[in-house]
Design a protein around this ligand. Structure first.
Ligand code: PMP
Length: 400
């Protein structure tokens, strides 16, 4: 077992060979500027439009509803920094949730600094947003509702279709950050009923630095980047043709293989999750047990720090990530796990394992072989584990 096991597909995925081939060919042969009127430009333009149709097909959109960006961070920032202010005729208020990705959370904070009011719905212990809670917050009016389709830390899938229907009855526009969901579960903009949807290439075995924003036909749009009139004036900047072609190739593969991938990913994820829970005592699942992306397993290994586990596993050739974000040198517990009601101990003990279709049974075996030993070693050094074991021994001792 020499191969390193990568279980961090929520952070990024390995570009598919077909994606790399398509991008290499573009770099070598079709390097024209897609805005140029001559043949070099028009050849590149054709590839861009072909990719646009592929991305649209993956999410049930029309090609003209897809705007290419540099990734989901830009798509999200466009929604809050430029589209939301253009909606302000409907009131300067946003309804969102406490568990969004930082590119939404911090964009919303920026709007707050501009005088907007923001209502953040909480979640239950499985990270589910209750549409009724959104409905109550909508009672005070809102220009925009933004709820992510699937959470990046725990994988819980949110009831976005129900929320969008409610929001529209209140006259609010609806955005969903579908970055973790697209390519892993079926995503259809008509079924969801959203006006705006963000996605990113590198989460679906495409390249980094490219993504898209779906803007429903007739929905308000306003550019974040000005200056070149590309993308019909909605997003300026010379088009990233290789990236866009790579995203198109990844979207076409995802559309073709979605069902088979999901079954394979869920099988490997379940084997990993159940295997770890069987081998290591005191492991708790974070997130929804069933209403969850097939890829995600977020586990709290009680009495051990997630960061130490992550580093121990890395040394043993298994790549995972933690539920804690390391910010400004201090370890803050994850805002998602905190919103779910996890105490600091459980939040700090969390580990996110995220599986891709390119993982193997051998990868799972490697993690199952490695992780119990890493945890045991760390627990031996943990005073809270020693206390717990002592209390257990007292409780088990014969009474009287
Ligand atoms: N939203 C979510 C839910 C994500 O998981 C990520 C990536 N971690 C982003 C947005 C940002 O995507 P990008 O890397 O394309 O900027």
């Amino acid at each position: 077992m020499s191969r390193l096991a990568y279980f961090d597909c929520a952070a990024t995925t390995r570009p598919a060979p077909e994606v790399l081939d398509a991008m290499r060919t573009v770099q070598e042969e079709t390097w024209g500027n897609a805005s140029s009127a001559h043949g070099f430009g028009q050849a590149a333009r054709r590839l861009v439009e072909d990719a646009r149709a592929k991305v649209a097909a993956l999410i049930g959109a029309r090609p003209e509803e897809i705007m290419f960006t540099s990734g989901a961070t830009e798509s999200n920032n466009t929604v809050f920094q430029s589209i939301a202010p253009a909606l302000k005729g409907r009131g300067r208020r946003i309804v969102t949730t406490a568990i969004e990705h930082p590119s939404v959370l911090e964009s919303v904070q920026w709007l707050e600094s501009q005088g907007w009011s923001v209502a953040r719905a909480g979640v239950d212990g499985a990270a589910l947003v209750d549409p009724a809670a959104i409905d109550r917050l909508l009672g005070d009016g809102a220009a925009l509702v933004s709820v992510m389709l699937a959470n990046n830390e725990v994988g819980t899938i949110e009831p976005v279709a129900a929320i969008a229907a409610l929001a529209h009855t209140h006259g609010a526009a609806v955005h969903t950050d579908a970055t973790q969901a697209v390519g892993r579960i079926p995503v259809d903009v008509t079924a969801l009923g959203v006006d705006y949807l963000s996605l990113s290439g590198h989460k679906l075995h495409g390249p980094k630095g490219v993504g898209a924003l779906f803007v429903r036909r007739g929905a308000k749009v306003s550019p974040l980047l000005h200056g070149g009139e590309q993308e019909g004036g909605r997003r300026s900047g010379t088009l990233n043709v290789p990236g866009i072609v790579g995203l198109g190739a990844a979207a076409a593969l995802a559309a073709r293989d979605l069902a088979g991938r999901a079954v394979r990913i869920a099988h490997l994820r379940d084997a990993l999750e159940q295997g770890l829970m069987a081998r290591i005592p005191n492991v708790i699942l974070n997130g929804h047990p069933t209403r969850r992306l097939p890829s995600h397993a977020n586990l709290s290994v009680s009495f051990v720090e997630g960061e130490s586990m992550m580093m121990g596993l890395d040394l043993a050739g298994v790549a995972v990530s933690t539920g804690s974000a390391c910010s400004s040198g201090s370890l803050e517990p994850s805002h998602v796990l905190t919103a779910m009601g996890c105490d600091a101990g459980r939040a700090h003990a969390s580990l996110r394992l995220s599986v891709g279709y390119d993982n193997t049974e051998e990868d799972v075996a490697r993690a199952l072989e490695t992780m119990p030993a890493v945890v045991e070693r760390l627990r031996k050094m943990s005073p809270t584990w020693a206390d717990y074991k002592k209390k257990q021994a007292v409780a088990a001792a014969p009474q009287g």
